[in-house]
Design a binder for this molecule. Structure first.
Ligand code: PMP
Length: 350
């Protein structure tokens, strides 16, 4: 529909894909709130136009590269990603006329790879390797960018424009949406650390009473880092995608330096899977495992803190990105997680 010129000043317009990023609702989760006697809130990041919280980071790192003169018209954006940042970048690149090259570990869901290819990104799925290995997907992305003219490696893990996205958008949105009500705790898991660090740094200034708790899946070192001061893995790997870390990224370090981390909470995969299905069945909210882990962390915190508290977290992306895994009996059985699906939710499985 073409908006008549005379109405343009009144129209609620945003400019293209980038203009639609952010301003997601803050949802009150009634069933989780009733069960805990607390107010459990969740930022619906799956409602971003590219489907995840990472649309914000993608837009900010591209704008930052443009502002620094690192990315000129017709240039190429190269990134290492578990998928969601890549999807956000692929959208932004199409909207701004850049090429998009994505390196990702080859253990991520096929749905994310398909979405990237559909958006015209060049995708390299590389064997899983730790950050210390030169073949880690991030180092491969860096080398690819270095070998091209007019290309930038956006380096989401250590590029503080990622945290800045959440200092400037997610954090202020949460505070505004709280409307002056007390927020006792904010918790979320971290991949790059951008979401946690940005929201935590903003809340530390705006709502200094709020406890800022890192939620951490099995196989990650951050729970041990924030509870014992040691970078040690807690448990083996996790089925969660996009979260869990083997190091303190520059984005997370920004929160550490500012003393914007009050503690950490470990969430086993069994609890995460149960929460995927409780969110779907009881709230009608189909989300991925990192979102479920965040809500599970909020529930664990509510139990620790006692009734009457308000706790906010993040719903990072939707379940559709993982349908072939989270809703697949065989896959869950292979991961020894089939028994964690609640009895009243077995009919969701294929
Ligand atoms: N959940 C999902 C599904 C993700 O893809 C990511 C990003 N890797 C995160 C959570 C974590 O966000 P951040 O990188 O801001 O820590």
């Amino acid at each position: 529909m073409i908006v008549p010129r005379s109405h343009l000043a009144l129209a609620q317009l945003v400019e293209g894909f980038p203009g639609a990023v952010g301003n997601t609702p803050l949802l009150l989760l009634p069933s989780f709130s009733r069960a805990t006697g607390c107010t459990i809130l969740a930022k619906a990041e799956f409602m971003n136009p590219g489907g995840s919280v990472k649309d914000r980071a993608a837009l900010w790192v591209v704008k930052d590269a443009e502002n620094r003169g690192l990315l000129l018209p017709g240039g190429t954006v190269v990134e290492g990603t578990a998928g969601n940042t890549g999807i956000g970048l692929a959208h932004v690149c199409r909207a701004r006329g850049y090429k998009c090259v994505i390196y990702m570990p080859n253990n991520q869901s096929q749905e994310k790879v398909d979405a990237l290819r559909m958006l015209g990104a060049e995708v390299y799925q590389v064997p899983v390797a730790p950050f210390t290995d030169p073949n880690n997907y991030n180092h491969q992305a860096r080398r690819h960018a270095e070998a091209l003219d007019n290309a930038v490696w956006t380096n989401q893990f250590d590029n503080l424009a990622n945290t800045q996205a959440h200092i400037e958008s997610t954090g202020p949105e949460i505070v505004k949406q709280m409307g002056g009500a007390k927020l006792d705790a904010f918790t979320c898991g971290t991949g790059t650390g951008g979401t946690f660090a940005g929201v935590a740094l903003y809340l530390q200034q705006a709502l200094p009473e709020t406890r800022l708790i890192v939620a951490d899946p099995p196989g990650s070192v951050l729970y041990s880092y924030f509870t014992k001061g040691k970078l040690e893995r807690t448990g083996d790997g996790s089925i969660t995608e996009g979260i869990g870390q083997g190091r303190v990224t520059a984005n997370m370090q920004a929160a550490v330096d500012a003393k914007a981390v009050s503690g950490a909470i470990h969430v086993p995969d069994e609890v995460t899977i149960e929460t995927v299905f409780r969110l779907l069945h009881d709230e009608g909210i189909p989300v991925g495992a990192s979102s479920a882990m965040n809500v599970a962390a909020a529930v664990l915190l509510a139990k620790q803190m006692g009734p009457g508290h308000t706790i906010a977290t993040v719903l990072c992306d939707g379940a559709g990105r993982y349908a072939s895994r989270l809703f697949n009996k065989e896959w869950l059985k292979n991961k020894k997680l089939l028994d964690s699906v609640p009895q009243d939710c077995l009919h969701y499985l294929k």
